[in-house]
Write a protein that binds this ligand. Sequence first.
Ligand code: ATP
Ligand code: MG
Length: 431
Amino acid sequence: MSQTLQAVRGMNDILPADAETWEYFEDIVRDWLQSYGYRPIRMPLVEPTPLFKRAIGEVTDIVEKEMYSFEDALNGEHLTLRPEGTASCVRAAIQHNLIPAGGPQRLYYYGPMFRHERPQKGRYRQFHQIGVEALGFAGADTDAELILMCARLWEDLGLEDVALEINSLGSPEERAQHRAALIAHLEQHQDKLDEDGKRRLYTNPLRILDTKNPELQAIVEAAPRLADYLGDESKAHFEAVQVFLKDAGIPYRINHRLVRGLDYYNRTVFEWVTTRLGAQGTICAGGRYDGLFEQLGGKPQPAAGFAIGIERLLLLWQACGGEAERPVPDVYVVSVGEAAQRLGFRAAETLREHGFAVLMHCGGGSFKSQMKKADASEAPVAIVIGEDEAAAGEVGLKPLRVAGAQQRVAIDDLVEAMAALMFPEEEDEEV
Ligand code: ATP
Ligand code: MG
C-alpha cells in the first residue's frame, strides 16, 4: 500500500467547523471595510521575484530566507509565492494606472501569504492576511484613519488586551543621518553582536533595533533614537497623527524601537500587540510607505496601509470568548419510498425558492433513522413524507424546535404553513 500523503508542513487545512468560523468572521470584516469606504482588489498569488526584492528589500528576513521562489520550468522566469500583499497591490495600481485615472484609492484584499518560517502557534508557512492600503493619500489624517479602523474592528469583535504601539521612521534623509549614528554606536559593541547583527551592521542596521535577542537589549536600548533625528515636517506629521488618536480616545505607546521588518516604510509605523498569544503577539502591523511607488517604477505617490494576521486574530478572538454562529437549516426533509422522495424534492425546491434553507435527506433509511438525522441537524422543522402523503400530494410538517402541532398540508399550501410556523408574530400582525 502506498503511503498516505500529507499537507506541506506549516500549511494547514481549514476543516468545516473552522472554515465556518472563518466565513462568519469574513462577513464581519467585509462590513467593517465597507463602512470605511474601502474597495476590494484581488491580485495573483504568484509574482515575479524581483517585485519582492525591490519592494521589501534584499536585506530583510523575508527576502533573505522566507520566500518560496522557483523558476518557471517552461520559460525560466523567476517567480515567488507572495509573502505579503502590499508590493503586489502597488504593482497593480501602477500597472493599471489606478490613481491617475481614478484618484486616490482605498483598497483591501484578503488571502493566503507564504513564508518559509519555523511553524509554531500563530506562525505558519501558509497564513492569511487582510491587507488594507490607502494609495495616493499623503496626510496624517489617513494614518489616523487606518489606526482608528483597526480599533473599531477590535471593538466589533470584542477583543481584549490589544495595545497600540507607534513610531515615526521619518524621511529617507533623516533615516540616513540616524543610520550613520547608529552604525557608529553599534561598531563600538561589534564583538557583542550576534550573527544577524554582524551581518546587518552595514546593510540594515535599523533592523538590529528590533532584535529579540535578550543579550543585545542593553546595546539597542542605548542606541541613538530615530526620534532625535526627525525634521520639522516629520515631527509635525507624527504629532498630527497623535492628536487624532487622542481625539478618538485610543491609548498608545511610542515604541522607539518599532522599525518594522520591511524596507519600504517611512514616517508613521504602528503595530497592535497582545500579551495573550505568547511570542506571536503582533496581530496587525502597518505604516506609511511614500517611496514604494517610485521604487517600483511608478510615478511617486504617497501611501499607507496595514496587514492583519488572520490566524492570530482568530486565536485572540476565540481566547476572548468569540464564537461564530453556526449555520442551521430551516427544514430537514424526511421521506420513505420513491414517490415520497420525488415529492420531497419538489417540496424542498419550493421552499428554497421562497428563501428557506433546506437539508434534503439523501441515502435512504427508515423514518426512525432519518428523524435522528433531522434532529441532529438542529433544523426547527421537519417535513415528513410517507407513501400516504405522497399519494395525496401532501406533506407532514413536524415542529422540532418551534411551537406547534404536527400537521399535514397540501404541497401548494406548504410555503404559507412553513412561514406560519417559523414567523408566528408576523402572521398575527397580518390578521
Ligand atoms: P513577525 O515579527 O511576527 O514575524 P512580521 O513583521 O514578519 O511579523 P508582517 O510582515 O508585518 O509580519 O505581517 C503582518 C501580520 O501578519 C503580522 O503582524 C502577523 O499578524 C501576520 N503574520 C506574519 N507572518 C506570519 C506567519 N508566518 N504566520 C502567521 N501570521 C503571520
Ligand atoms: Mg516575520
